[in-house]
Design a protein. Sequence first.
Length: 187
Amino acid sequence: MLNSQHVTVVKFTLLILAIAVVAYMAVKTPIRPVREMNSAIAAFDLSGATLASQSTSSAQVAHQASNQDASPTSDPVRVIVYYFHITARCDRCIRLEEWAKEAVLDGFPDALKAGRLEWRAVDVEKPENDHFIDDYQLTDKSLVVAQIRGGKSTRYKVLEDTWSLLDEKDGFLVYVRNEVRPYLAKG
């Protein structure tokens, strides 16, 4: 039988474990704002020794993404290439944005002119943009291709290989264009 001292030790241990998990998440997801990490710690209920769930279902993510990407347009199908970044950026982050923008603007001038394709650089540390972290399940600064149909995000892809190609401009441009092309073709 557990006495009150044992219960206190168990609760304290669970709190330390919760803090360790939150710290690990902060290291693994550097783009996620600190205030969200703090809310996970605040959700810990010492009286019941439980940790509130901070997860979002895939249906909620899809719904959030679809609502956030809605904007008036005459064409119900379009593709948005996002570069999600934080406010402070290193040389490689800036290079990624420049090369990605070049890949889109120089690679698809007709689609851009027709309004079927858009380029957007988005600072996710701004309060009005932090929803994108959950909408697109971002874990770092990322390039994302999203197809928007009828004002709703119907599918997207985080272009994971962009960081490994930052020393090879031609390969980077080809990679980004090859990932965007199928999204435009399915419109």
